[in-house]
Design a protein around this ligand. Structure first.
Ligand code: SAM
Ligand code: SF4
Length: 333
């Protein structure tokens, strides 16, 4: 399946819910977003149908996200159903990790291929400041559970926000002794356009990846570590848009994802579906296409037509758009 700009689109990110057990300051307001009514959210059978239709037109990879995907009831069975769908080659998940100790083994058995855990700091007080309600030990336990369940690779995603003053070297060093793939993501201007969400993105808070790379290397050398070098050999599967490096001899890698300082729009391979079944051709665009009605009517042809319509509307790039009407928790990151 190719879009109007010649890009092969074979990756679908599905938001399973807009609800979350955290309230990260860059993702949603303190009192949460106005939550969708139960009936508005795609049912498990709607999602299964969506995946079948998407696979029939060339989608091969699915990522489950949210809100927090693990708070969605029936998620393990959904993973089983998706992995059993002809044409789907892998199913991955982005999670804050809190529920992984209870669910990682079942998810692995259900066929989940890979897991990304979001974690922005190793400092307990700062973790509470960022997530507003979370405990660092819970997310760390989630990472351990993912490794123990045999997920490989386990990626740890950190959003970098200048005014937070995170300790990036401490983070990068997580990749040395464990097979963890740490990825730094530039803070993106998502949300705020509605003027009511209070997520507070500002350009001054963006740390361009090049700057961060230099900073980590300077600090590493000051501690007697050799600098990061381009990752060789066995790169983590699901490489995505990150550029990867490693400390010599490290078990894992350090990646930089630069949606702002180094657009990867020309390599974009994805569509996104919100929890209530709207297809977003681009993270930064508020144009959405409703696929829920067709799914609920059992109309595969109709759903396919909506997917093609959204595909046809994929812009060539995001043109540095600032702000979207939805928060990240509503879109699914
Ligand atoms: N709750 C899950 C989690 O946190 O992994 C999945 C959903 S969350 C919206 C997906 C990812 O988006 C997380 O890694 C989160 O850090 C990231 N994210 C949220 N808001 C962001 C922003 N403004 N810029 C960059 N990344 C953001
Ligand atoms: Fe929840 Fe993930 Fe958003 Fe944090 S980033 S509030 S964990 S959806």
């Amino acid at each position: 399946m190719k879009d109007a700009h010649g890009r092969v689109i074979d990756y679908l990110r599905i938001s399973l819910t807009d609800r979350c057990n955290f309230r990260c300051i860059y993702c949603m307001p303190e009192d949460g977003v106005c939550q969708l009514a139960h009936d508005d959210i795609l049912r498990i059978e709607d999602i299964e149908r969506l995946v079948r239709v998407a696979a029939s037109i060339g989608i091969k990879s699915i990522r489950l996200t949210g809100g927090e995907p693990l708070v969605r009831k029936g998620v393990v069975d959904l993973v089983s159903a998706i992995t059993a769908t002809p044409g789907i080659e892998n199913v991955s998940m982005t999670t804050n990790g809190v529920l992984l100790p209870a669910m990682a083994d079942d998810l692995k058995r259900a066929g989940l291929s890979r897991v990304n855990v979001s974690l922005d700091t190793l400092d307990e007080a700062q973790f509470r400041e960022i997530t507003r309600v979370g405990k660092l030990e819970d997310t760390l336990a989630g990472i351990e559970a993912a490794l123990a369940a045999g997920f490989d690779p386990v990626k740890v995603n950190a959003v970098t926000v200048r005014s937070l003053g995170q300790d990036f070297l401490a983070f990068a060093k997580l990749s040395i002794d464990r097979p963890l793939h740490v990825r730094f993501i530039e803070y993106m201007p998502v949300g705020n356009a509605s003027g009511v969400d209070g997520c507070g993105w500002g350009k001054a808070d963006v740390i361009p990846s090049e700057e961060l790379f230099e900073l980590i290397n300077e600090q590493a050398q000051a501690q007697g570590l050799e600098p990061l070098r381009p990752a060789g050999g066995s790169r983590p599967i699901g490489w995505g848009p990150a550029r990867y490096f490693e400390f010599p001899g490290a078990q894992g890698t350090v990646g930089f994802i630069s949606p702002l300082s180094r657009h990867f729009c020309s390599e974009c391979n994805r569509l996104r579906v919100t929890a209530e079944g709207r297809i977003r051709p681009c993270l930064f665009s508020d144009t959405e296409y409703d696929v829920r009605a067709a799914l609920r009517a059992g109309d595969d042809e109709g759903a396919r037509a909506v997917l093609y319509e959204a595909l046809g509307a994929k812009p060539d790039e995001h043109h540095d758009k600032v702000g979207t009407e939805r928060n990240m928790s509503q879109i699914g990151g």
